[in-house]
Design a protein around this ligand. Sequence first.
Ligand code: HEM
Length: 339
Amino acid sequence: MWLTSSSIGRKLVMAITGLCLVLFVTFHCLMNAVAIVYPAAYNVICEFLGANWYALVASIGLAALFIIHICYAVWLTLQNRKARGTDRYAINSRPATVEWSSQNMLVLGIVILAFLAVHMIQFWAKMQLEEIRGCEGVIPPSMGTLFIQEAFSCVATPIIYIIGFIALWFHLNHGVWSMFQSIGWDNNNWLPRLKTIATWWTSIVVLLFVAQAIVFTCLASSNYYKNDPTLREQYKEVIGEKVGIPADRFSFENLPSEGDLLQAEQQLSMLEGNESMQAQYGATPEMLKQQRQMIEGYRHAINFVNYLNGNDAKAEEPAVEPAPAAAVEQPSTETQPEN
Ligand code: HEM
């Protein structure tokens, strides 16, 4: 195929995938800016970009872009070195930063990949991946602001990120320069202007990322994302939904104790295994399922409130002892006060 067999085709693939990645990085930077201007809206965007089919298609497309871009970069570099031999830096009309970046592309690429690995572990693995796997942690995947809180309350994060952003700036600068070279736009009159625009573009995006990392670090150090009243109200809605109680009747302040939950769970287990008791209490399988979901929801809520209030002790796992032969009392939703 022309895109793989000819040198110009390969360069074109590099240029197109590079351009798409620059657009992604720009979009990502603007999305992060929402987390500063309006954090609750940022969580709505995170929910929208969760494990829905369109977000999954976009993530797979993005991963494909990264892989193609990296593979072609290695291929073209090897091809260039073979063609130019030891004289590959002999003729040089490039700006100093581009020249430096060009000679250090491998190191820059490794630094960016290392940054991306840390970044994916801190965010993507705990958000979209957990949703795909269906095994949620204490923080629901849609609460992007709490993942920012977690990531940026670690002192190493802003340092790793800023190193990554600097590497990204050099990489983008070189990338844009070589993209124009590759597609043969090297002699046009307007090329210098285009390059200036590209340098400004990448500088603004990278500076915005740096500013965001600084703001996130400052806010996370004061636990802003855990304590802001608007965000807490939003967290309450999400957790209330898991318990199956509307936000206006659900409160973080009046959750059942772990002891209450254990008792309710034991009674439920007993009822689940005894059909005559189910008939006696008029309990349908659907009702039993709802009760189990509610208990699980409350357990999640207890863990979540412990996390928000800085008490990391997790609610205990349910006991597996035989249930006492007591009358079954269903966990009540009526005890929830107005908030
Ligand atoms: C202050 C800086 C940044 C913050 C706070 C941030 C935050 C996030 C968040 C919250 C997600 C969403 C995870 C999800 O919904 O699954 C994400 C995904 C991602 N980020 Fe960043 N990001 C930052 C910088 C960057 C930079 C500079 C790059 C690229 C060089 C980058 C590349 C990615 C990629 C590739 C994904 C995965 C997207 C997907 O799965 O569709 N991020 N980031």
